[in-house]
Design a protein around this ligand. Structure first.
Ligand code: SF4
Length: 376
């Protein structure tokens, strides 16, 4: 059902290189989901999220301390190893200091034509956040225009918004099926669809997603009968981990991390007003990364609502080792989930994860949830 998405996820670099050959267009690698892809699509640039390779590496030590999070070290390693040698540009929107260090090292040691640091405000709850970001997005648009030597019109930006909105809306439709008692799509399959959404041309992804939604309509009996789980916390694109959880009768029906729902949850309003300002509003109002979720912790209500809507019995809370934003966030979220009767399992991730050890802990967690269910 998800063969094409799986192939894109596995062969992401082959895809991007052939896209370049086919279209003659430029490819920009980006760190962090606060990057406004709408503007890149407006300029016919392919945005590709930079992700790790989940393999041991020894190339980042001269550039970044070992106490930076494994995810950002793994991303930088991919660049230093030449895996992203086809990129024309690279960019980041300010999120946490770890990933910013990966970006800075990349710009110093890996040659690209274009690099851009977008100062996405951390205080997204400030009444000035939208107007500040609107100014920064206009500066970013001008930098792209200068690089490409062509103007990006409001019409182009509206087109970029349309593409991104359609892609995000289709993901919502897919996630509706995960509310079913026995969802017709597994957590692993959903993750393959979600990751590939950040790697390939959205226009192609949209076509494939429409086909998947047509097929899934016809699947009456879901194959996912395990204990309903939520996955949340730091960045996680570790498919073998998800596969392991589902192999021991867990069913990941929803997540809150930047590979999944946080990436696509809300749309840009399609109105007649300034499209750049509308994009700014969307990024300020989207479900926040914990690096931006203050003074109020807005994430808790959002996570509790997801847990309720998707009827989860337990939550696996992941922290990439040394990830400060999530380390601060996790105690408050765990407490509220527990208060709502949702038990949690905390796991610390590294570049590679000890699947054997984690399997035993996940099995014990599922057993506890199943026993509780028997006595309700
Ligand atoms: S938020 Fe956490 S997982 Fe994400 S890049 Fe920063 S430190 Fe790493």
């Amino acid at each position: 059902m998800v063969h094409q998405f799986r192939d894109w996820e596995k062969n992401r670099h082959i895809y991007a290189k052939s896209w370049k050959e086919k279209t003659g267009g430029k490819v920009v690698g980006y760190f962090c989901t606060y990057v406004p892809e709408e503007i890149l699509y407006a300029a016919n640039i392919l945005p590709v999220r930079i992700l790790g390779g989940h393999e041991p590496q020894d190339v980042t030590e001269p550039h970044i301390f070992g106490m930076f999070c494994p995810f950002c070290r793994d991303c930088l390693a991919q660049g230093l190893l030449g895996k992203y040698d086809y990129l024309d540009g690279i960019m980041i929107a300010q999120s946490c200091l770890h990933i910013r260090q990966a970006y800075t090292s990349w710009t110093k040691h890996i040659p690209v034509d274009f690099s851009y640091y977008l100062p996405m405000p951390n205080n997204v709850q400030s009444p000035h956040a939208v107007s500040y970001l609107t100014g920064e997005l206009n500066a970013f648009k001008s930098a792209i225009e200068k690089w490409l030597g062509k103007e990006i019109t409001n019409e182009d930006i509206r087109n970029g918004i349309k593409i991104m909105n359609e892609s995000r809306s289709l993901m919502h439709q897919l996630y509706e099926y995960k509310k079913k008692e026995n969802p017709p799509i597994t957590g692993q399959e959903t993750m393959e669809v979600a990751i590939s959404q950040q790697l390939v041309d959205k226009k192609e992804h949209i076509q494939e997603l429409k086909k998947l939604l047509e097929t899934i309509k016809t699947v009456s009996d879901g194959k996912n009968t395990g204990t309903r789980l939520m996955l949340l916390g730091s960045e996680n694109d570790d498919i073998p981990f998800v596969q392991m959880v589902e192999s021991v009768n867990g069913s990941i029906v929803i997540e809150d991390h930047c590979i999944g729902t946080r990436y696509f949850w809300n749309n840009v309003e399609e109105a007649d007003s300034d499209p750049v300002q509308l994009i700014a509003k969307r990024y300020v109002e989207r479900p926040a990364c914990p690096s931006k979720d203050w003074m109020d912790r807005s994430r808790i209500d959002h996570i509790l609502k997801l847990a309720k809507d998707y009827d989860v019995k337990g939550a696996i809370v992941i922290q990439q080792k040394f990830c400060d934003p999530h380390e601060l966030d996790i105690p408050a979220i765990t407490k509220e989930l527990n208060n709502a009767g949702i038990k949690t399992l905390f796991l610390e991730f590294d570049v590679t994860v000890p699947i054997g050890q984690f399997k035993i802990r996940v099995e014990a967690f599922l057993e506890m949830l199943q026993e509780e269910d028997l006595f309700v």
